[in-house]
Write a new protein. Structure first.
Length: 337
């Protein structure tokens, strides 16, 4: 029997709705969620492929035995040398639980947000679509297509599109009226006299802290678009660390616990210097490959929770399929037990 379950796409921070198709209880595909206000029936390739984490998930394991091994490692470690990593892949509820777990045990906590930061006030997707001028930093049309769709609509409405994209040829540069590729800072300096209250700056990358300062100083609306579904939500709970701060934290780490993140892929750090790496992950990645202990956890399709999308809306979702695999919160409860 075919079933369709409504949920949220976990592929980036845009917050698109997506339908998951089940046949006799097994996930077989996705289908656009036509009534969802963010994407109105469109899903990008990343969204359509988002079920891969479920289709390629780890086999269930003896979670109690693995948790027992982890508890022994933590009991023998100095808490000041233990670091817990979370990310925008975690739900709001998971991040709060991870933070409480780290703080109550005296562990360090690390959260990396691509060197971006939180802003209390950001542009809405409608603001982007209705702007007279849109300034784009990063290949948004390729990396975040459903935000890119709003930028295309703005252009169709008569907006001028100026873009910084490092590559000489990109999807975003193909629709831009003017394109820069030297540096983010030079792009902002070149455009600042043209940026006013009718403008929106949309960005998914920066190159330096000075870039963020320049963006904040502009007299316009801004919209950071994060690579992970709940990075903005995480930024409301925790302060993100810069890349250098993450390196300093990892340098002093002997036991590393990573909750549903691929930090090994993100940071060019020699993780072999860390004595014990423990991953809580739904499927294989570079961090699980480098780990000494891997605890299988629920995929996004198997859990309830909430994400905060790029424009600051909290969106809740329910499990599309039942699972006996541990959730992150259940794993933390067992570690504290």
């Amino acid at each position: 029997m075919l079933e369709i379950k409504h949920t949220l796409c976990p592929s980036c921070s845009v917050g698109c709705g997506i339908n998951v198709v089940l046949n006799d209880g097994e996930v077989v595909g996705t289908f656009p969620y036509k009534r969802h206000p963010v994407n109105a029936g469109k899903n990008c390739l990343n969204g359509r492929n988002s079920i891969d984490s479920y289709l390629n998930k780890f086999d269930n394991a003896d979670g109690d035995a693995l948790i027992g091994d982890i508890k022994k490692e933590l009991q023998s470690a100095d808490s000041s040398n233990v670091t817990v990593i979370c990310s925008g892949n975690n739900t709001i509820e998971e991040i709060e639980a991870i933070k409480e777990f780290a703080e109550s045990n005296g562990y360090n906590i690390g959260f990396y947000a691509d060197d971006l930061k939180n802003y209390d006030e950001v542009a809405s997707y409608e603001d982007v679509e209705n702007a007279q001028k849109v300034f784009v930093i990063g290949d948004l049309l390729y990396e975040n297509p459903l935000i890119g769709r709003r930028i295309v609509h703005a252009k169709q409405n008569g907006a001028k599109i100026s873009a910084f994209v490092k590559a000489e040829s990109s999807v975003t540069s193909n629709i831009a009226d003017e394109c820069f590729n030297a540096s983010v800072g030079e792009f902002l300096d070149a455009c600042k006299d043209d940026i006013d209250e009718s403008s929106v700056v949309v960005f998914n990358q920066v190159e330096a802290a000075d870039d963020l300062a320049k963006i904040e100083a502009l007299n316009c609306k801004i919209l950071p678009v994060f690579s992970k579904s709940n990075t903005k939500g995480a930024l409301g709970v925790l302060d993100a660390k810069s890349k250098d701060e993450m390196f300093e934290l990892l340098d002093g780490t002997k036991v590393l616990l990573v909750f549903d993140d691929d930090i090994v892929d993100e940071l060019e750090f020699d993780f072999s210097k860390i004595s014990k790496i423990i991953s809580f992950a739904p499927c294989a990645n570079k961090t699980t490959e480098a780990s000494d202990i891997v605890v299988p956890i629920k995929t996004w399709l198997e859990k309830d929770g909430s994400f905060v999308n790029a424009m600051g809306e909290t969106q809740t979702f329910n499990a599309a399929i039942e699972s006996d695999v541990l959730s992150e919160i259940e794993a933390i409860e067992k570690l504290n037990g």
